[in-house]
Design a protein around this ligand. Structure first.
Ligand code: FNR
Length: 350
């Protein structure tokens, strides 16, 4: 148990120490400039409805932490930021809170700090539906994220080695939960094939969480003495590519985007590619740790102001209208789409 608590602290430390060395591919996605947008900044509305609740902005703090005293304080601070800015928030994997009652408070603190907020519970795909019901209950969650993190488990010396039950677990959880279930990657991105499989299990919500930001192969490599797996540190698909992979399912699946979102322009690109909402993890953790809660609130409110400016330039008064803004896909991402037979001409001419 102590090892697990240390790991939670280490993940936070190493995520912050990491430099961003892998491309997020967002720069290969370009909006077509519009000289006459026919709109005023004051007319832009960022609000979206999510699971029957109104959110000030389609942005959420993604799953990170809890499970040790230190990370409990981080969770409390993140919840305060979410509450002050009208953002949704996910807690980190709650397994630790189930195993040890005193650690449950490091997750519950999120509901305490933000009683009316939209909050997501988080577990791995290795748990039973009964366990999942308990983590939802622990924080009175509005939805459940099930994280799928195979590369991370395999690179961790103490990680899982058998994934043969995961599909069954996911299917059971989807059937038995009393709240919406979001199947979530942790920074390796999802493909058409993965999305197809998830849909066949009855999954309606996914977070395609792609490469380009936090890199768990990198983090786990740095936790071990011999860095045996550094050669797969660019494994997975970027968020930009995963969103293009998801285009085929745009009307049948609700997808969220996260992974390597650096600023309001990246976020706007995700929304224009059909994401319902966009998650950020390490960027908000970094401002929080370096500058404190108040400054982090300030930065998130600035994002919201800047989103209104960007959407005005694009002539979109809400996130739905972003779906009609033409986008040009270039360079490596275009090559990927050509080979995978993903039609990007429709995006360029809509
Ligand atoms: C994470 N992430 C994560 N995801 C998850 O589903 N359960 C978890 O417990 C964690 N733990 C965690 C800890 C830390 C310190 C970080 C930075 C991240 C992954 C996270 O939700 C997200 O998918 C990725 O971090 C990609 O987003 P960013 O960081 O590039 O914005």
């Amino acid at each position: 148990d102590q090892q697990r608590e240390d790991r939670k602290d280490e993940h936070v430390r190493l995520a912050l120490a990491a430099s961003r060395s892998v491309s997020s591919h967002f720069d290969d996605i370009v909006f077509v400039h519009r000289s006459l947008p026919h709109l005023a900044v004051k007319d832009v509305c960022l609000q979206v409805n999510l699971f029957g609740r109104a959110l000030a902005c389609p942005l959420y703090i993604n799953a990170m932490t809890g499970g040790s005293q230190k990370t409990g304080s981080i969770n409390e601070a993140l919840a305060t930021i979410a509450s002050a800015t009208g953002m949704a928030m996910a807690v980190g994997s709650q397994h630790a809170g189930l195993r040890k009652e005193e650690l449950a408070s490091t997750y519950r603190v999120v509901r305490k700090a933000n009683p009316k907020g939209v909050i997501f519970a988080n577990v791995g795909a290795d748990v039973s539906a009964d366990t999942a019901l308990k983590v939802i209950d622990m924080i009175e969650a509005d939805a459940l994220q099930i994280h799928v993190n195979v590369p991370q488990e395999l690179v961790m010396p103490e990680g899982e080695r058998d994934f043969s039950e995961w599909l069954q677990h996911i299917e059971d959880m989807v059937k038995r939960m009393n709240v919406p279930v979001i199947v979530k990657e942790v920074g390796f991105g999802m493909s058409k094939e993965t999305l197809h499989t998830l849909m066949s299990l009855g999954v309606q919500y996914v977070d395609i969480s792609g490469r380009g930001g936090t890199n768990f192969i990198g983090i786990e490599n740095r936790r071990r003495a011999q860095k045996e797996y550094s050669y797969i540190s660019t494994w997975g698909q970027t968020t930009a590519i995963a969103l293009l992979e998801a285009q085929a399912y745009r009307t049948r699946l609700t997808y969220f985007a996260s992974g390597g979102v650096r600023h309001p322009l990246d976020m706007t690109k995700c929304l224009a590619l059909g994401a319902k909402a966009v998650g950020i993890a390490s960027p908000v953790l970094r401002v929080l740790q370096e500058q404190g809660v108040e400054q982090a609130v300030e930065v998130m409110l600035q994002w919201q102001e800047q989103l209104k400016v960007l959407w005005t330039m694009l002539g979109a008064k809400n996130s739905e209208e972003l779906l009609t803004c033409p986008i040009v896909v270039m360079n490596e991402v275009k090559e990927w789409c050509d080979v995978r037979q993903i039609d990007v001409t429709e995006l360029a001419q809509r």
